[in-house]
Ligand binder design. Structure first.
Ligand SMILES: [Zn+2]
Length: 433
C-alpha cells in the first residue's frame, strides 16, 4: 500500500519535475492556444496534455482560413505527438465549430498543430517521415511504437506538402529510366533532373507506356518542358517517340549504360549457346567459370584473372570473338569529336555485321538505327552522362528494397519521392529531429 502510494507520488512528481508544459511552450507554442494540464493516462502508458483556446481568442475557419464567430464545440479529440522516453504523448483538444459567413456554413476550426484528416500532429508526422527516410517504414514504426499505417500517413502528408510547394525552376537536363518493382513486367517510369547543379527525382509513373510517360509532360507543364535542353533515355521505343514529339528542341542522348548492358546480355547469350555446343562435344571445360571474366571490363581484372583471360583468348571461339567486339566497342567513349566517333561506330557496326554472331549483329543493327542519338552524346560534349541517372536509379532500387513487404505502387511512389525528390518540408517552430 505504501509502495503504491509512493509510486503515485513519484509519477506526479515526474510530471511536475519535467515541467512538460514549459518545454512544450518552448518548442511547440501556438498563438491563441494554451497548454492546460499534463497527466498520465489511466493505464500509465501515455501522457495526455490538454489544450484550450486562449481566453477571448477567435477560432479560424478551416475552409477559408479566416477568423469566424464560434458556433459550438465538438467532443474531445486526441492528437498524437512525438513520443517521449517510451511514453506516447497526446494533445487533447475539443475542436470548435465556426459559423463562417464567408463560407456560408458551419465549419470545423483550423488548428495549427494538426488537421482534420490526420490523428497525428504535424510535428510528429514530420518527425516520423524523417526517420522513415533513414530506416525502413517498418523499422520506424517499431522504433516509435506506432503502426506501419501511421508511418505511411506521415510520409504521405510530407510528400504531398512537398510536391505542392516545390519549385521546378529551370530544368536543363532530364534522364528517363525504368525499374521493375514486381514480377510480371511491372515497371515504374522514373524521370530525374540531371543538371550539373541539381539532381533529383521529378516524377514517378506507373508502367512504361506512352500514356504513363505522357503524365510527366502534363505534370511539368509546357513552360518547363519547352526549356529542357538535354534528354537522356534508353532505347525503349515509347520513350523515344514521346521525347521526339515533346522535346523536339532538346538534344536527345542515348543512355550509354544501357548500350553496354545490352552488349553484356548479348555476350552472355553467345556464351551460353556455345557452352551448350561444347558440352555436347565434351569440351565444355574451356568456358567453365568464364562468365564473370568475360563480363567485366578487362582493365578491372586482377593479375591471375588476366592470365585466365589470356588462356581463353587463344581459342577461336565465338564467345571470344564476341568478347573482343565488346571490348573494342569501349573505345567509342574515348572520342571527343562527333565525326571521329561516327567513323569508329560505323566501322564497328560494319565489322560486327560480318561476324556471323547473331546476337551481336542484332546490336549492330540497333546501333545503326539509333546512330544519331548515340552521337548526340559527343555533340553534347560528353557533359550529360547517364552515369548520374544510373546512380539515382540504384538509390531508387535501395529505397524499393526498404519498403519490402508492402510493395504496392502507391507505397513505392511515396517512398521514391520521399527519398529522392529533394522536396521541401513543412516548417516547424522547432527542430525535433
Ligand atoms: Zn470560412
Amino acid at each position: 500500500m505504501v509502495a503504491r502510494f509512493t509510486l503515485e507520488v513519484f509519477r506526479f512528481a515526474v510530471i511536475r519535475a519535467m515541467q512538460l508544459i514549459t518545454i512544450l511552450n518552448r518548442c511547440h507554442h501556438f498563438q491563441g492556444f494554451v497548454y492546460h494540464r499534463a497527466r498520465f493516462s489511466p493505464d500509465h502508458q501515455s501522457i495526455e496534455i490538454s489544450v484550450r483556446p486562449r481566453q477571448g481568442s477567435t477560432a479560424t475557419c478551416s475552409r477559408c482560413h479566416q477568423p469566424a464567430p464560434g458556433y459550438d464545440q465538438l467532443p474531445e479529440r486526441r492528437f498524437e505527438f512525438i513520443p517521449f522516453w517510451g511514453f506516447l504523448v497526446f494533445l487533447l483538444y475539443s475542436m470548435r465549430r465556426v459559423d463562417c459567413r464567408r463560407c456560408g456554413a458551419v465549419v470545423v476550426e483550423e488548428v495549427p498543430w494538426g488537421d482534420g484528416k490526420h490523428t497525428l500532429t504535424k510535428a510528429y508526422m514530420l518527425f516520423l517521415a524523417r526517420w522513415a527516410r533513414r530506416l525502413s517504414w517498418k523499422e520506424a514504426a517499431q522504433a516509435f511504437r506506432t503502426s506501419w499505417e501511421k508511418v505511411f500517413d506521415a510520409v504521405e502528408y510530407v510528400v504531398h506538402w512537398g510536391l505542392e510547394h516545390r519549385t521546378l525552376g529551370q530544368i536543363d537536363a532530364i534522364g528517363v529510366d525504368e525499374i521493375q518493382y514486381a514480377k510480371g513486367h511491372k515497371y515504374l517510369t522514373l524521370v530525374y533532373q540531371i543538371d550539373l547543379g541539381i539532381t533529383r527525382l521529378l516524377w514517378v509513373g506507373r508502367e512504361r507506356t506512352v500514356e504513363s510517360f505522357q503524365g510527366f509532360f502534363t505534370a511539368m507543364g509546357q513552360d518547363v518542358i519547352s526549356k529542357i535542353c538535354f534528354v537522356c533515355s534508353d532505347m525503349w521505343e515509347p520513350y523515344l517517340k514521346l521525347i521526339r514529339e515533346k522535346c523536339s528542341e532538346a538534344l536527345h542522348i542515348l543512355d550509354r549504360f544501357h548500350i553496354v548492358a545490352n552488349m553484356n546480355k548479348a555476350l552472355d547469350k553467345v556464351r551460353a549457346e556455345e557452352t551448350g555446343r561444347l558440352k555436347r562435344e565434351g569440351r565444355d571445360i574451356v568456358l567453365r567459370k568464364s562468365r564473370w571474366l568475360l563480363l567485366r571490363r578487362s582493365d578491372n581484372l586482377g593479375l591471375e584473372q588476366h592470365f585466365r583471360l589470356r588462356d581463353l583468348l587463344r581459342f577461336n571461339l565465338k564467345t571470344v570473338r564476341a568478347y573482343l567486339l565488346k571490348e573494342a566497342f569501349q573505345q567509342l567513349w574515348d572520342y571527343n569529336s562527333p565525326t571521329w566517333a561516327a567513323k569508329f561506330l560505323d566501322e564497328w557496326c560494319r565489322q560486327t555485321m560480318r561476324s556471323r554472331i547473331e546476337p551481336f549483329k542484332k546490336i549492330a543493327r540497333s546501333l545503326r538505327q539509333h546512330r544519331e542519338l548515340i552521337l548526340n552524346y559527343f555533340r553534347a560534349h560528353k557533359l550529360i552522362s547517364s552515369g548520374v541517372v544510373e546512380g539515382l536509379n540504384n538509390k531508387a532500387k535501395v529505397t524499393m528494397r526498404k519498403s519490402y513487404g508492402f510493395r504496392t505502387y502507391r507505397v513505392l511512389e511515396l517512398a521514391l519521392y520521399h527519398s529522392l525528390g529533394k522536396l521541401p518540408e513543412p516548417e516547424l517552430t522547432h527542430d525535433f529531429f
